[in-house]
Write a new protein. Sequence first.
Length: 454
Amino acid sequence: MNKPRETFNSRMGMLMAMAGSAIGLGNIWRFPYMMGRNGGAAFILIYIIMLVVLCLPVMVSEYLIGRRGGFNPFSSFDRLAPGSKWRWIGFLAVLSSACILSFYCVVGGWSVKYLLDSCTLAFSNPHSDYAAAFGGFIGSPFKPLLYTLIFLGLTGLIIVFGVHKGIERMSKIMITVLFVIIVLVVVRSLTLPGAVDGVRYMFVPDFSKVTAGTCISAMGQAFFSLSIGCGTILTYASYVSKQENILASSAWISFFDTLFAIIAGLAIIPAVYAIAYMNGVEPDVSAGPGLVFITLPGVFSQMPLGGVVAILFFLALLLAALTSAISLMEVVVAFIIEELRRSRARAVLMSFLVCGVVGVFCSLSFGPLEGFKLFGLSVFDFFDYITSNIMLPVGGLLLAVFAGWRLKRANYLDELTNGGKLNIPRWLALTIYYLVKLVAPVGISLIFLNCLFS
Ligand code: PHE
Protein backbone atom coordinates (compact mmCIF):
# COMPACT_ATOMS: atom_id res chain seq x y z
CA MET A 1 0.00 0.00 0.00
CA ASN A 2 1.29 3.48 -0.77
CA LYS A 3 1.54 5.86 2.11
CA PRO A 4 -0.44 9.03 1.46
CA ARG A 5 2.31 11.15 0.01
CA GLU A 6 0.77 14.43 0.85
CA THR A 7 1.26 16.27 4.11
CA PHE A 8 0.26 19.64 5.44
CA ASN A 9 2.92 22.13 4.42
CA SER A 10 3.00 24.32 7.49
CA ARG A 11 2.03 24.24 11.14
CA MET A 12 -0.33 27.16 10.60
CA GLY A 13 -2.03 25.31 7.74
CA MET A 14 -2.45 22.18 9.84
CA LEU A 15 -3.89 24.12 12.77
CA MET A 16 -6.26 26.06 10.52
CA ALA A 17 -7.49 22.87 8.85
CA MET A 18 -8.14 21.16 12.18
CA ALA A 19 -9.70 24.26 13.70
CA GLY A 20 -11.77 24.54 10.53
CA SER A 21 -13.03 21.03 11.08
CA ALA A 22 -13.96 21.83 14.66
CA ILE A 23 -15.54 25.22 13.98
CA GLY A 24 -18.82 24.65 12.21
CA LEU A 25 -22.59 24.67 12.47
CA GLY A 26 -22.13 23.20 15.93
CA ASN A 27 -20.59 26.45 17.12
CA ILE A 28 -22.85 28.88 15.35
CA TRP A 29 -26.30 27.49 15.90
CA ARG A 30 -26.04 24.65 18.36
CA PHE A 31 -23.86 26.15 21.06
CA PRO A 32 -25.83 29.40 21.52
CA TYR A 33 -29.19 27.68 21.90
CA MET A 34 -27.79 24.85 24.06
CA MET A 35 -26.43 27.54 26.29
CA GLY A 36 -29.85 29.18 26.19
CA ARG A 37 -31.55 26.03 27.41
CA ASN A 38 -29.00 25.02 30.03
CA GLY A 39 -28.35 28.05 32.19
CA GLY A 40 -26.04 30.30 30.15
CA ALA A 41 -22.63 30.59 31.79
CA ALA A 42 -23.36 27.52 33.94
CA PHE A 43 -23.42 25.51 30.72
CA ILE A 44 -20.13 27.06 29.57
CA LEU A 45 -18.55 26.02 32.86
CA ILE A 46 -19.72 22.41 32.62
CA TYR A 47 -18.79 22.35 28.96
CA ILE A 48 -15.24 23.41 29.77
CA ILE A 49 -14.91 20.75 32.49
CA MET A 50 -16.10 18.07 30.03
CA LEU A 51 -13.72 19.44 27.46
CA VAL A 52 -10.64 19.29 29.64
CA VAL A 53 -11.34 16.05 31.48
CA LEU A 54 -12.90 13.89 28.75
CA CYS A 55 -12.60 15.43 25.33
CA LEU A 56 -9.09 16.84 25.25
CA PRO A 57 -7.51 13.50 26.25
CA VAL A 58 -9.61 11.72 23.59
CA MET A 59 -8.58 14.30 21.02
CA VAL A 60 -4.90 13.90 21.92
CA SER A 61 -5.27 10.13 21.51
CA GLU A 62 -7.07 10.38 18.20
CA TYR A 63 -4.37 12.71 16.95
CA LEU A 64 -1.66 10.39 18.24
CA ILE A 65 -3.16 7.29 16.62
CA GLY A 66 -3.47 9.09 13.29
CA ARG A 67 0.06 10.40 13.28
CA ARG A 68 1.61 7.15 14.44
CA GLY A 69 -0.61 5.08 12.14
CA GLY A 70 -0.07 7.32 9.14
CA PHE A 71 -3.11 6.18 7.15
CA ASN A 72 -6.89 6.44 7.01
CA PRO A 73 -8.61 5.27 10.23
CA PHE A 74 -9.05 1.65 9.13
CA SER A 75 -5.38 1.12 8.22
CA SER A 76 -4.03 3.25 11.04
CA PHE A 77 -5.60 0.94 13.62
CA ASP A 78 -4.44 -2.04 11.62
CA ARG A 79 -0.90 -0.77 11.63
CA LEU A 80 -0.85 -0.15 15.35
CA ALA A 81 -2.51 -3.50 16.18
CA PRO A 82 -1.77 -5.65 13.13
CA GLY A 83 -4.38 -8.19 12.10
CA SER A 84 -6.63 -7.49 15.11
CA LYS A 85 -10.27 -6.55 15.21
CA TRP A 86 -9.39 -3.04 16.36
CA ARG A 87 -9.33 -1.83 12.78
CA TRP A 88 -13.13 -2.06 12.79
CA ILE A 89 -13.12 0.96 15.11
CA GLY A 90 -11.51 2.67 12.18
CA PHE A 91 -14.25 1.46 9.92
CA LEU A 92 -16.89 2.69 12.37
CA ALA A 93 -15.22 6.10 12.25
CA VAL A 94 -15.45 6.20 8.45
CA LEU A 95 -19.09 5.22 8.64
CA SER A 96 -19.80 7.88 11.28
CA SER A 97 -18.21 10.55 9.13
CA ALA A 98 -20.30 9.54 6.13
CA CYS A 99 -23.48 9.59 8.27
CA ILE A 100 -22.69 13.03 9.72
CA LEU A 101 -21.88 14.46 6.31
CA SER A 102 -25.20 13.16 4.98
CA PHE A 103 -27.28 15.38 7.24
CA TYR A 104 -24.70 18.12 7.64
CA CYS A 105 -24.82 18.84 3.91
CA VAL A 106 -28.56 19.50 4.17
CA VAL A 107 -28.02 22.33 6.65
CA GLY A 108 -25.00 23.42 4.59
CA GLY A 109 -27.40 23.66 1.64
CA TRP A 110 -29.76 25.86 3.65
CA SER A 111 -26.87 28.22 4.35
CA VAL A 112 -26.11 28.46 0.61
CA LYS A 113 -29.74 29.35 -0.03
CA TYR A 114 -29.86 31.92 2.79
CA LEU A 115 -26.64 33.53 1.61
CA LEU A 116 -28.06 33.93 -1.91
CA ASP A 117 -31.32 35.24 -0.48
CA SER A 118 -29.53 37.79 1.68
CA CYS A 119 -27.67 39.02 -1.42
CA THR A 120 -31.02 39.74 -3.06
CA LEU A 121 -32.16 41.62 0.05
CA ALA A 122 -34.73 38.98 0.96
CA PHE A 123 -34.37 39.81 4.65
CA SER A 124 -35.20 43.48 4.49
CA ASN A 125 -38.92 43.39 5.18
CA PRO A 126 -39.72 43.47 8.92
CA HIS A 127 -43.26 42.31 8.20
CA SER A 128 -42.37 39.09 6.37
CA ASP A 129 -43.26 35.81 8.00
CA TYR A 130 -39.81 34.23 8.17
CA ALA A 131 -41.04 31.10 9.90
CA ALA A 132 -43.46 30.39 7.06
CA ALA A 133 -40.76 31.14 4.49
CA PHE A 134 -38.32 28.71 6.12
CA GLY A 135 -40.99 26.02 6.52
CA GLY A 136 -42.05 26.45 2.91
CA PHE A 137 -38.47 26.19 1.69
CA ILE A 138 -37.35 23.09 3.59
CA GLY A 139 -40.68 21.39 2.93
CA SER A 140 -40.55 21.80 -0.84
CA PRO A 141 -39.62 18.69 -2.80
CA PHE A 142 -36.98 20.09 -5.11
CA LYS A 143 -35.15 23.25 -3.99
CA PRO A 144 -33.52 21.99 -0.80
CA LEU A 145 -32.20 18.96 -2.69
CA LEU A 146 -30.56 21.21 -5.20
CA TYR A 147 -28.87 23.28 -2.48
CA THR A 148 -27.79 20.14 -0.61
CA LEU A 149 -26.07 18.87 -3.74
CA ILE A 150 -24.52 22.28 -4.47
CA PHE A 151 -23.04 22.33 -0.98
CA LEU A 152 -21.74 18.78 -1.30
CA GLY A 153 -20.35 19.63 -4.75
CA LEU A 154 -18.44 22.62 -3.31
CA THR A 155 -17.04 20.33 -0.61
CA GLY A 156 -15.90 17.79 -3.20
CA LEU A 157 -14.41 20.50 -5.38
CA ILE A 158 -12.07 21.59 -2.59
CA ILE A 159 -11.03 18.05 -1.72
CA VAL A 160 -10.24 17.07 -5.30
CA PHE A 161 -7.28 19.43 -5.15
CA GLY A 162 -5.72 17.36 -2.40
CA VAL A 163 -4.47 17.90 1.12
CA HIS A 164 -2.16 20.83 0.53
CA LYS A 165 -3.67 22.69 -2.42
CA GLY A 166 -7.26 21.94 -1.52
CA ILE A 167 -7.83 21.40 2.18
CA GLU A 168 -4.94 23.33 3.71
CA ARG A 169 -5.03 26.33 1.41
CA MET A 170 -8.80 26.73 1.46
CA SER A 171 -9.05 26.22 5.23
CA LYS A 172 -6.50 28.96 5.81
CA ILE A 173 -8.41 31.39 3.63
CA MET A 174 -11.87 30.45 4.86
CA ILE A 175 -11.05 30.49 8.57
CA THR A 176 -9.34 33.88 8.33
CA VAL A 177 -12.30 35.40 6.48
CA LEU A 178 -14.68 33.72 8.92
CA PHE A 179 -12.99 35.32 11.91
CA VAL A 180 -12.95 38.80 10.43
CA ILE A 181 -16.62 38.52 9.50
CA ILE A 182 -17.83 37.20 12.81
CA VAL A 183 -16.00 39.97 14.69
CA LEU A 184 -17.76 42.55 12.49
CA VAL A 185 -21.12 40.95 13.22
CA VAL A 186 -20.32 40.93 16.97
CA VAL A 187 -19.54 44.65 16.84
CA ARG A 188 -22.88 45.34 15.17
CA SER A 189 -24.76 43.11 17.58
CA LEU A 190 -23.18 44.60 20.71
CA THR A 191 -23.76 48.18 19.66
CA LEU A 192 -27.54 47.77 19.39
CA PRO A 193 -29.51 49.36 22.24
CA GLY A 194 -30.50 46.73 24.78
CA ALA A 195 -27.81 44.28 23.70
CA VAL A 196 -26.24 44.31 27.12
CA ASP A 197 -29.07 42.16 28.51
CA GLY A 198 -28.13 39.45 26.03
CA VAL A 199 -24.54 39.60 27.23
CA ARG A 200 -25.69 39.36 30.82
CA TYR A 201 -27.81 36.37 29.92
CA MET A 202 -24.75 34.69 28.40
CA PHE A 203 -22.34 35.31 31.24
CA VAL A 204 -24.37 35.25 34.44
CA PRO A 205 -24.68 31.59 35.39
CA ASP A 206 -28.09 30.20 36.27
CA PHE A 207 -27.37 26.98 38.15
CA SER A 208 -31.08 26.27 38.66
CA LYS A 209 -31.29 25.09 35.04
CA VAL A 210 -28.43 22.60 35.47
CA THR A 211 -29.53 18.96 35.58
CA ALA A 212 -27.99 15.58 34.78
CA GLY A 213 -29.19 16.23 31.25
CA THR A 214 -26.97 19.30 31.12
CA CYS A 215 -23.86 17.12 31.52
CA ILE A 216 -25.02 14.81 28.73
CA SER A 217 -25.76 17.74 26.45
CA ALA A 218 -22.42 19.32 27.31
CA MET A 219 -20.53 16.11 26.52
CA GLY A 220 -22.40 15.47 23.27
CA GLN A 221 -21.88 19.05 22.23
CA ALA A 222 -18.17 18.92 23.08
CA PHE A 223 -17.62 15.74 21.02
CA PHE A 224 -19.56 17.12 18.08
CA SER A 225 -17.99 20.54 18.24
CA LEU A 226 -14.41 19.27 18.52
CA SER A 227 -15.00 16.79 15.66
CA ILE A 228 -13.73 13.87 17.73
CA GLY A 229 -14.75 10.23 17.67
CA CYS A 230 -15.30 9.89 13.93
CA GLY A 231 -11.80 9.89 12.46
CA THR A 232 -11.55 13.46 11.16
CA ILE A 233 -8.77 14.45 13.56
CA LEU A 234 -7.19 11.04 12.99
CA THR A 235 -7.19 11.43 9.22
CA TYR A 236 -5.85 14.99 9.31
CA ALA A 237 -3.20 13.86 11.82
CA SER A 238 -1.99 11.26 9.34
CA TYR A 239 -0.89 14.20 7.16
CA VAL A 240 1.04 15.86 10.00
CA SER A 241 4.82 15.81 10.41
CA LYS A 242 6.53 14.04 13.29
CA GLN A 243 7.85 17.33 14.63
CA GLU A 244 4.50 18.76 15.69
CA ASN A 245 3.55 18.95 19.34
CA ILE A 246 0.37 16.87 19.63
CA LEU A 247 -0.63 18.14 23.05
CA ALA A 248 -0.10 21.81 22.22
CA SER A 249 -1.95 21.49 18.89
CA SER A 250 -4.93 19.75 20.52
CA ALA A 251 -5.11 22.32 23.30
CA TRP A 252 -4.90 25.15 20.81
CA ILE A 253 -7.68 23.72 18.62
CA SER A 254 -9.97 23.14 21.62
CA PHE A 255 -9.35 26.66 22.85
CA PHE A 256 -9.96 28.19 19.45
CA ASP A 257 -13.16 26.19 18.98
CA THR A 258 -14.58 27.20 22.36
CA LEU A 259 -13.60 30.81 21.86
CA PHE A 260 -15.35 30.80 18.51
CA ALA A 261 -18.52 29.30 20.00
CA ILE A 262 -18.63 32.10 22.58
CA ILE A 263 -17.95 34.74 19.92
CA ALA A 264 -20.74 33.27 17.78
CA GLY A 265 -23.02 33.50 20.82
CA LEU A 266 -22.08 37.18 21.14
CA ALA A 267 -22.93 37.71 17.48
CA ILE A 268 -26.40 36.22 17.87
CA ILE A 269 -27.81 36.47 21.39
CA PRO A 270 -27.39 40.21 22.12
CA ALA A 271 -28.91 41.06 18.72
CA VAL A 272 -31.92 38.85 19.40
CA TYR A 273 -32.38 40.54 22.78
CA ALA A 274 -32.06 44.04 21.37
CA ILE A 275 -34.62 43.53 18.61
CA ALA A 276 -37.05 41.69 20.90
CA TYR A 277 -36.98 44.62 23.36
CA MET A 278 -37.46 47.05 20.52
CA ASN A 279 -40.65 45.16 19.62
CA GLY A 280 -41.73 44.86 23.24
CA VAL A 281 -41.62 41.04 23.28
CA GLU A 282 -39.68 38.51 25.34
CA PRO A 283 -36.49 37.35 23.64
CA ASP A 284 -36.36 33.64 22.82
CA VAL A 285 -32.89 32.25 22.22
CA SER A 286 -33.62 28.59 22.81
CA ALA A 287 -35.35 28.02 19.49
CA GLY A 288 -32.90 25.46 18.03
CA PRO A 289 -32.34 25.51 14.27
CA GLY A 290 -35.01 28.16 13.98
CA LEU A 291 -32.76 30.58 15.85
CA VAL A 292 -30.52 30.98 12.82
CA PHE A 293 -32.96 30.49 9.97
CA ILE A 294 -36.12 32.11 11.38
CA THR A 295 -35.32 34.43 14.27
CA LEU A 296 -32.18 35.96 12.78
CA PRO A 297 -33.64 36.94 9.39
CA GLY A 298 -36.33 38.77 11.35
CA VAL A 299 -33.66 40.44 13.47
CA PHE A 300 -31.62 41.47 10.41
CA SER A 301 -34.70 42.96 8.76
CA GLN A 302 -35.07 45.37 11.68
CA MET A 303 -31.53 46.45 12.46
CA PRO A 304 -29.65 49.35 10.90
CA LEU A 305 -27.22 47.96 8.29
CA GLY A 306 -29.11 44.66 8.61
CA GLY A 307 -28.83 43.87 4.90
CA VAL A 308 -25.04 43.86 5.03
CA VAL A 309 -24.97 42.01 8.33
CA ALA A 310 -27.23 39.31 6.88
CA ILE A 311 -24.86 38.73 3.96
CA LEU A 312 -21.85 38.61 6.30
CA PHE A 313 -23.56 36.28 8.74
CA PHE A 314 -24.75 33.73 6.19
CA LEU A 315 -21.38 33.83 4.46
CA ALA A 316 -19.79 33.04 7.84
CA LEU A 317 -22.25 30.18 8.33
CA LEU A 318 -21.44 28.75 4.92
CA LEU A 319 -17.67 29.01 5.42
CA ALA A 320 -17.88 27.38 8.83
CA ALA A 321 -20.00 24.55 7.43
CA LEU A 322 -17.66 24.02 4.47
CA THR A 323 -14.45 23.72 6.48
CA SER A 324 -16.15 21.06 8.61
CA ALA A 325 -17.68 19.23 5.67
CA ILE A 326 -14.32 18.90 3.91
CA SER A 327 -12.86 17.21 6.97
CA LEU A 328 -15.75 14.75 7.05
CA MET A 329 -15.51 13.95 3.36
CA GLU A 330 -11.73 13.57 3.57
CA VAL A 331 -12.16 10.68 6.04
CA VAL A 332 -14.27 8.80 3.49
CA VAL A 333 -12.04 9.82 0.58
CA ALA A 334 -8.81 8.73 2.32
CA PHE A 335 -10.45 5.39 3.10
CA ILE A 336 -11.52 4.85 -0.50
CA ILE A 337 -8.13 5.88 -1.90
CA GLU A 338 -6.15 3.60 0.38
CA GLU A 339 -8.46 0.64 0.87
CA LEU A 340 -10.30 0.46 -2.45
CA ARG A 341 -7.33 1.89 -4.39
CA ARG A 342 -9.16 4.50 -6.38
CA SER A 343 -7.80 7.84 -7.56
CA ARG A 344 -8.63 10.92 -5.47
CA ALA A 345 -11.03 12.19 -8.11
CA ARG A 346 -12.94 8.90 -8.17
CA ALA A 347 -12.96 8.69 -4.40
CA VAL A 348 -14.48 12.16 -4.22
CA LEU A 349 -17.11 11.19 -6.78
CA MET A 350 -18.00 8.03 -4.86
CA SER A 351 -18.29 9.92 -1.55
CA PHE A 352 -20.38 12.57 -3.26
CA LEU A 353 -22.77 9.94 -4.59
CA VAL A 354 -23.15 7.99 -1.36
CA CYS A 355 -23.58 11.03 0.91
CA GLY A 356 -25.65 12.77 -1.76
CA VAL A 357 -28.20 9.94 -1.89
CA VAL A 358 -28.54 9.74 1.89
CA GLY A 359 -28.52 13.55 2.04
CA VAL A 360 -31.45 13.68 -0.37
CA PHE A 361 -33.44 11.39 1.93
CA CYS A 362 -32.53 13.53 4.94
CA SER A 363 -33.59 16.64 3.08
CA LEU A 364 -36.88 15.13 1.91
CA SER A 365 -37.77 14.25 5.49
CA PHE A 366 -38.93 17.86 5.95
CA GLY A 367 -41.24 17.57 2.95
CA PRO A 368 -42.58 14.62 0.94
CA LEU A 369 -41.01 12.03 3.26
CA GLU A 370 -42.23 13.68 6.43
CA GLY A 371 -44.29 10.67 7.43
CA PHE A 372 -41.47 8.19 6.94
CA LYS A 373 -39.91 7.30 10.30
CA LEU A 374 -36.87 5.31 11.42
CA PHE A 375 -37.24 4.27 15.07
CA GLY A 376 -39.82 7.01 15.46
CA LEU A 377 -37.55 9.73 14.06
CA SER A 378 -37.51 11.45 10.69
CA VAL A 379 -34.55 10.45 8.49
CA PHE A 380 -32.77 13.74 9.26
CA ASP A 381 -33.32 13.48 13.02
CA PHE A 382 -32.34 9.82 12.95
CA PHE A 383 -28.92 10.59 11.46
CA ASP A 384 -28.44 13.59 13.71
CA TYR A 385 -29.38 11.55 16.79
CA ILE A 386 -27.43 8.36 16.17
CA THR A 387 -24.27 10.20 15.17
CA SER A 388 -24.07 12.85 17.92
CA ASN A 389 -25.52 10.83 20.75
CA ILE A 390 -24.32 7.32 19.94
CA MET A 391 -21.66 6.97 17.26
CA LEU A 392 -19.39 9.83 18.38
CA PRO A 393 -19.34 8.96 22.11
CA VAL A 394 -18.95 5.24 21.30
CA GLY A 395 -16.18 6.07 18.82
CA GLY A 396 -14.49 8.26 21.44
CA LEU A 397 -14.87 5.55 24.07
CA LEU A 398 -13.35 2.84 21.86
CA LEU A 399 -10.55 5.19 20.85
CA ALA A 400 -9.72 5.87 24.50
CA VAL A 401 -9.82 2.17 25.35
CA PHE A 402 -7.53 1.41 22.42
CA ALA A 403 -5.08 4.18 23.31
CA GLY A 404 -5.10 3.38 27.02
CA TRP A 405 -5.18 -0.42 26.99
CA ARG A 406 -3.97 -1.69 23.64
CA LEU A 407 -1.15 0.73 22.90
CA LYS A 408 1.80 0.28 25.20
CA ARG A 409 2.28 3.08 27.71
CA ALA A 410 5.86 3.60 26.54
CA ASN A 411 4.69 3.96 22.94
CA TYR A 412 1.94 6.39 23.92
CA LEU A 413 4.38 8.57 25.82
CA ASP A 414 6.97 8.24 23.08
CA GLU A 415 4.55 9.55 20.45
CA LEU A 416 3.23 12.28 22.74
CA THR A 417 6.74 13.61 23.42
CA ASN A 418 8.08 13.03 19.88
CA GLY A 419 10.50 10.41 21.15
CA GLY A 420 11.48 12.47 24.19
CA LYS A 421 12.46 15.50 22.10
CA LEU A 422 9.67 17.69 23.43
CA ASN A 423 9.92 19.24 26.80
CA ILE A 424 6.61 18.00 28.20
CA PRO A 425 6.80 17.51 31.98
CA ARG A 426 6.44 13.85 32.85
CA TRP A 427 3.60 14.48 35.29
CA LEU A 428 1.61 16.16 32.51
CA ALA A 429 2.20 13.35 30.00
CA LEU A 430 1.22 10.79 32.63
CA THR A 431 -1.89 12.76 33.60
CA ILE A 432 -3.05 12.75 29.98
CA TYR A 433 -2.30 9.06 29.68
CA TYR A 434 -4.30 8.15 32.78
CA LEU A 435 -7.16 10.43 31.84
CA VAL A 436 -7.35 8.44 28.62
CA LYS A 437 -6.86 5.07 30.21
CA LEU A 438 -9.17 5.42 33.21
CA VAL A 439 -11.17 8.60 33.44
CA ALA A 440 -12.38 8.96 29.83
CA PRO A 441 -13.74 5.39 29.45
CA VAL A 442 -15.51 5.47 32.82
CA GLY A 443 -16.79 9.01 32.39
CA ILE A 444 -18.09 8.50 28.86
CA SER A 445 -19.72 5.16 29.79
CA LEU A 446 -21.46 6.61 32.82
CA ILE A 447 -22.85 9.59 30.98
CA PHE A 448 -23.78 7.39 28.07
CA LEU A 449 -25.66 4.82 30.20
CA ASN A 450 -27.44 7.56 32.04
CA CYS A 451 -28.50 8.96 28.69
CA LEU A 452 -29.75 5.60 27.38
CA PHE A 453 -31.85 4.88 30.45
CA SER A 454 -33.30 8.31 30.98
N1 PHE B 1 -17.31 20.10 14.57
C1 PHE B 1 -18.24 20.37 13.54
C2 PHE B 1 -19.17 21.50 13.98
O1 PHE B 1 -19.06 22.02 15.05
C3 PHE B 1 -19.04 19.17 13.12
C4 PHE B 1 -18.23 17.97 12.90
C5 PHE B 1 -18.43 16.83 13.68
C6 PHE B 1 -17.24 17.94 11.93
C7 PHE B 1 -17.65 15.72 13.52
C8 PHE B 1 -16.45 16.84 11.75
C9 PHE B 1 -16.66 15.72 12.56
O2 PHE B 1 -20.04 21.87 13.27
